[in-house]
Design a protein. Structure first.
Lengths: 378, 154, 181
């Protein structure tokens, strides 16, 4: 009992450290990517190529004076950013970061907690994510903050629906709510993206909206609302808000990678596994294969983090009516359609073909206008 | 299974401790010299006018109401999606189970979609668009002047 | 009663039950005692969250998740919206009249006593721990029950939703010529 507790404690600490560390370095990557896209140099002062920039930023946040506005609701003012961070961190508990390590004959899953309602836990925590912003914005007693908070709440709940419908389409294929069994069902190259191209696009869009990233960052749009819900925040409380956004980005990248891109699975994993076990024996080989799986998952996660940044520095912000139209009039009907198609595909017995055809159609819809434009120009 | 959820509790406690640690450390490190000016609400440098209690469009509320309904619908869909592809049930019923459960769900979704369509038709999903007005201002400077300058320096 | 001995004999399940119960009661009391309505809503969220923990201890995992998603996640957002709409920030220091307070406490007390008496009178069926199906609260069981045995109620629920949706739409309806803002 004691040993298990200690191991679990270490895993929990490791997940926290991983989330926070990656979130810290995401801020650095964000600047580097932005600089690359805008043809600038980017951070280069703190350390070689500016790699100590996140540390400098965190230090600055710690040493800044913290104001709580006189008219603010003090307890809620502190609760707001704490809740935002809490909800961001809690999601990572159920994500399988790798297969398992064998240690003294015991299998230890590389995962905080393996529960059979994993995806519901993620969904529930995401739905609680509204409160951090809503409470923070309300308690600041500032008009901009309140507008930002209401916008954020409305946006989050609108996109949560389409997200849930996209998740249901995935569930229909796996028949289990545990994220680990979803990942294991995508063994090798049998990734869900080939069956669920439409669902993937919906889920990706919704996760952009849930993270309040550009083009969905209306709650903090600086040219209308100063800084939106965190206008009155300073010092580490502001830091928690900013950090929670990056933690959310990391976690949602991990969820996307696990649900649609096979998690720690990669083509040829069986071959690698058999090679490793024949070279190093069953235990050590298994552990090394797991390490490779973790690296593969991390690569996928970093790709999606990069995608988040790429989109942020490419697309302009939506108008509020466009945002709501996209959520309610495009994504929700599309998600329902996706669900129906998935049901039919599952029953027809050829889900892969239908998925591939769907991919083709989506590609055509997305790229045909662009191709037409180019040919006209030429 | 209970122990797994016990670890979720541990996770929550750990997250709380970490938050307390971060905020406590910041409290120890940072200067704390508040004065009246610093603690004023921010409003673009002016003194704040009136309270922060601004009125909202009722649409936000209606959207939240519709959202609650759809969320409950989602919750009903979760158990369905789990039993939908149940191999055992499909075999027992010669494949009838799949079509049967699909038909059930279609009825359910169809009735709910009616609700969405109704809200849509009533215009509750429409948000006010900003009017785009053409500025009637006419400059006295002819526009070809600019073009000439551009040509000259390009 | 040897309290120390009792404490020693408590298993981890007991401990978590008591801690979670205390949290639930704390949240529930906070909900009705706090003067600021927003605080009340937040206490209520805490209550729902700890109720979910109770469900999990009863191995009703799906119910726990649904409780978090629907009650804590969706309905409480609606509550917060309403409270923010009503502009109830100023704490109303003025308590209602004494006579109302006394009447309210008498009514509340009587209801409480009745409830306690009723619960004491009812015989709760003992569950046999050996024949009890531990998978009762899992989502698979719920799913197959919902789509076999309780099919008609399930479909009727959708009609209920439709009616609720129509109600929501009617609520937000505006008279002609009313100001849009």
């Amino acid at each position: 009992m004691e040993a298990v507790l200690i191991i679990k404690g270490i895993i929990i600490l490791a997940i926290f450290a991983l989330s926070l560390g990656i979130a810290a370095y995401e801020t650095y990557f964000e600047r580097v990517v932005a600089a690359y896209i805008q043809d600038r140099v980017g951070p280069d002062y703190a350390g070689p190529a500016g790699i100590f920039q996140p540390l400098a930023d965190a230090g600055k946040l710690f040493f800044k004076e913290d104001f709580i506005p006189a008219l603010a609701d003090k307890s809620l003012f502190i609760l707001g950013p704490s809740l935002a961070m809490l909800t961001a961190l809690l999601t990572s508990a159920v994500i399988p970061f790798g297969d398992s390590f064998i240690y003294e004959g015991q299998k230890i899953l590389v995962q905080g907690i393996e529960v059979n309602i994993g995806i519901l836990w993620v969904f529930g925590i995401v739905s609680l994510g509204v409160y951090g912003i809503l409470i923070g914005g309300w308690s600041s007693n500032n008009k901009y903050s309140l507008y930002g908070a209401i916008r954020a709440a409305s946006q989050n709940i609108s996109y949560e629906l389409a997200m849930g419908l996209a998740i249901i389409a995935i569930l229909m294929m796996t028949g289990s709510l545990s994220i680990r069994s979803m990942v294991e069902a995508q063994h090798g190259f049998n990734w869900n993206i080939f069956y669920q191209p439409l669902g993937f696009i919906i889920f990706l869009t919704c996760s952009f909206a849930e993270c309040n990233r550009t083009p969905f960052d209306l709650p903090e749009s600086e040219n209308e609302l100063v800084a939106g819900y965190h206008t009155e925040y300073s010092s580490m409380k502001l830091g928690l808000y900013l950090f929670s956004e990056y933690v959310n980005m990391f976690i949602s990248s991990a969820v996307i990678a696990s649900l649609y891109f096979g998690g720690f699975n990669y083509p040829g994993m069986d071959w690698v596994y058999s090679k490793f076990t024949s070279i190093w024996g069953a235990t050590v080989g298994h552990n090394w294969a797991t390490v490779i799986g973790i690296c593969v998952l991390m690569a996928k996660i970093f790709f999606f983090i990069f995608l988040f940044m790429w989109v942020r520095w490419t697309l302009p912000r939506f108008r509020y009516d466009q945002l709501m139209d996209l959520g309610w009039k495009a994504l929700i009907p599309l998600a329902v359609l996706n669900m129906i198609i998935t049901a039919a595909a599952q029953l027809s017995g050829k889900p892969l073909w239908i998925g591939l055809i769907l991919t083709l159609i989506i590609m055509l819809v997305i790229f045909l206008p662009a191709i037409k434009k180019r040919t006209v120009k030429a | 299974m209970l122990s797994q959820f016990g670890f979720i509790l541990l996770f929550i406690v750990g997250a709380f401790l970490m938050l307390a640690g971060i905020l406590g450390m910041a409290r120890l490190l940072r200067p704390d010299k508040p004065n009246d000016q610093k603690l004023l609400s921010y409003e673009s440098g002016e003194n704040a006018e009136g309270g922060s209690l601004v009125s909202f469009n009722i649409r936000f509320y209606v959207i939240a109401l519709i959202f609650v309904l759809f969320e409950v619908e989602l919750v009903f869909l979760f158990p369905w999606s789990v039993v939908f592809g149940d191999k055992q049930l499909i075999e027992q019923t010669n494949g009838l189970w799949g079509w049967f459960s699909m038909a059930e769900m279609f009825v359910f979704i169809f009735i709910l979609s009616l609700g969405l369509v109704y809200a849509w038709a009533q215009g509750h999903l429409d948000w006010l668009r900003p009017d785009q007005k053409v500025n009637p201002f006419k400059s006295e400077i002819p526009s070809d002047l600019y073009e000439n300058i551009n040509k000259k320096y390009s | 009663m040897d309290i120390l001995g009792l404490l020693k004999n408590m298993t981890i399940t007991h401990w978590s039950f008591y801690i979670v119960s205390m949290l639930t009661l704390f949240g529930a009391l906070g909900t009705i005692m706090s003067k600021n309505p927003i605080h009340s809503v937040i206490y209520l969220i805490l209550t729902f969250f700890s109720l979910s923990a109770h469900y999990i201890m009863l191995n009703a995992q799906f119910l726990a998740a649904v409780n978090i998603i629907v009650y804590a996640g969706a309905i409480m957002v609606l509550f917060l919206f309403v409270v923010m709409f009503l502009n109830l920030r100023e704490e109303n220091e003025e308590l209602p009249k004494n006579s109302i307070l006394i009447a309210a406490s008498i009514v509340g007390g009587i209801i409480g006593i009745t409830l306690i008496a009723a619960i004491r009178q009812t015989q709760i069926e003992k569950v046999n721990p050996y024949s009890f199906n531990t998978k009762t609260g899992l989502v698979e069981t719920l799913g197959s029950l919902l789509f076999n045995k309780y099919l008609l109620p399930f479909e009727l629920v959708s009609v209920l939703f439709l009616i609720a949706m129509a109600g929501a739409v009617m609520l937000g309806k505006r008279e002609k010529g009313e100001r849009h803002f």
